[in-house]
Design a binder for this molecule. Structure first.
Ligand SMILES: [Zn+2]
Ligand SMILES: [Zn+2]
Length: 142
């Protein structure tokens, strides 16, 4: 996806929430958008730092938290580690390769069915459905 419109999206979303567009926010968004995968805060910080040495780890953490709060980024846990990616809908299964760490996205209507089923539960209100399946990708040797 072209970066240009994503950058515009980011600015609109930040301004709509009353937030300034800063270099750190712009760079972190670029890193997330270009990763095509889930990345940890440490990975985002390393890549952002390579683009702009003035961006430190704590501003990366704050920016990721802000993006998550604004619905721009999605945070999910992969094992013990929190990872981020540009936000996407729930109707997806995360297939996590335990050998190389790659995360594949598999569209699955079953996730929507699960949400609808849970919506009938009177005792709980569903926010995010995060389905994670572990295994190994076919790229990785047995
Ligand atoms: Zn995902
Ligand atoms: Zn793999």
């Amino acid at each position: 996806m072209p970066l240009a419109w994503r950058a515009v999206d980011l600015e609109d979303a930040l301004r709509a929430g009353g937030h300034r567009v800063t270099t750190a926010r712009r760079v972190v968004w670029e890193v997330l958008s270009e990763a095509h995968d889930h990345v940890s805060a440490a990975e985002v910080a390393e890549r952002a730092h390579r683009r702009d040495a003035g961006i430190n780890v704590s501003s990366v953490y704050r920016t990721l938290a802000l993006f998550t709060e604004l619905g721009l980024a999605r945070e999910s846990r992969l094992g013990d580690e929190a990872t981020w990616e540009p936000a996407h809908g729930d109707a997806v299964v995360h297939l996590v390769c335990e050998r190389c760490g790659r995360v594949l996205h598999h569209p699955a209507t079953a996730v929507d069915a699960l949400r609808r089923q849970l919506d009938d539960d009177a005792d709980f209100v569903v926010d995010t459905v995060d389905v994670r399946v572990t295994g190994h990708c076919r790229r990785c040797p047995r």
